[in-house]
Design a protein around this ligand. Structure first.
Ligand SMILES: Nc1nc2c(ncn2[C@@H]2O[C@H](COP(=O)(O)OP(=O)(O)OP(=O)(O)O)[C@@H](O)[C@H]2O)c(=O)[nH]1
Ligand SMILES: [Mg+2]
Length: 310
């Protein structure tokens, strides 16, 4: 005897509540198996679920492809630059990354994602231009939405108040929460999706959007770069070699609470068993000198000198 239709719809609603991405897809698959009747109202219900499943799978594929296509290391923070048509997305990436993405007076110049790379303050960033956002742009093709869902951070650019209102509304409609900096765990996917973001505006924009996000003028490139660092909050650890020279390239973490042990695991895999002691210079070469244990919690820009048992 089939369960009453109203009971099933209620069960589906509860089962899918708050779930997005792969988790939602798994749940839909389970529900499809559980509903045995495939006629009448039940068939319509299952068809609706099948359509949603197909859509999620498309978004997930785009998400994975956006990372593998550019062979970017998982540890490189990715910033998607998003905005309405002609908002200056390509211009901004060109200015920041020295790329030559086509810039034109007419709208929809960029129809495919464009990539740029930027190195600043010992951190490598990947910049991605997402084709322009317009009213209802994700009703059909969701591939750019997949890229936004999976990115680490967003730069929202606009030239008018309407530009910003449009983009912020489209993001909110997709259950995307914008936050001022990364969460303690780094860039973990959360539900609803929380993405660190800031706003870049043309200095001639008269009214700025009401938003809790930081707002920076397009021509202030230095501040934009500094803000990219602020958003990802890196913990950069500089190691000192046996000649007491500080290595130029730090070990970088994008999470809070990094221990000496984790730093060792990242560069001297397996050597944590041989740990003898560590001396750190707090916050840089001129910082306070401290002898610490393997469980010590490091901070950004600490310099560390490690000694191991032979
Ligand atoms: N006034 C002003 N014009 C700008 C600014 N940035 C870009 N432009 C001009 O705006 C036009 C569009 O710039 P693009 O960088 O191509 O904008 P886009 O957002 O990439 O455009 P699409 O890819 O077509 O969506 C060009 O004519 C730029 O020269 C800005 O900050 N202020
Ligand atoms: Mg463009």
């Amino acid at each position: 005897m089939p369960k009453p239709y109203s009971v099933i719809t209620e069960e589906i609603k509860n089962a899918l509540k708050g779930k997005v991405g792969e988790e939602r897809a798994r749940e839909i698959k389970r529900l499809l198996k559980e509903i045995h009747w495939d006629v009448g109202d039940y068939k319509r219900l299952k068809d609706k679920l099948r359509r949603e499943l197909a859509e999620i799978e498309k978004v997930e594929q785009a998400r994975k492809a956006s990372r593998s296509r550019t062979k970017t290391k998982k540890s490189t923070p990715q910033f998607c630059v998003i905005g309405a048509v002609n908002s200056g997305k390509s211009t901004l990436i060109n200015d920041l990354a020295g790329t030559k993405i086509a810039v034109e007076l007419y709208p929809f110049t960029t129809t495919e994602p464009q990539y740029g790379a930027l190195e600043y303050d010992s951190i490598s960033f990947q910049l991605v231009e997402i084709p322009a956002i317009y009213d209802g742009c994700w009703n059909g093709d969701k591939s750019t939405l997949g890229m936004i869902y999976s990115t680490d951070c967003l730069i929202i650019i606009g030239r008018t108040l309407e530009d910003f209102e449009l983009v912020l509304k489209e993001l909110a409609d997709q259950n995307i929460d914008l936050i001022g900096e990364r969460i303690p765990d780094g860039f973990t996917q959360t539900i609803p999706r929380k993405i660190p973001a800031f706003i870049v505006f043309d200095k001639n924009t008269e009214i700025l959007p009401s938003s809790h996000l930081r707002k920076i003028a397009t021509d202030n490139l230095e501040e934009i770069k500094q803000n990219m660092i602020k958003l990802v909050r890196p913990v950069r650890i500089y190691t000192m070699n046996t000649f007491n020279e500080i290595e130029e390239q730090p070990i970088v973490f994008y999470k809070d609470q990094v221990t000496v042990k984790e730093a060792i695991q990242k560069v001297y895999r397996g050597k944590e068993e041989l740990f003898k002691d560590a001396v750190i210079l707090e916050g840089g070469p001129n910082g306070r000198r401290k002898r610490v244990g393997i469980a010590y919690e490091l901070s950004d820009k600490d310099v560390i000198h490690l000694t191991f048992h032979k």
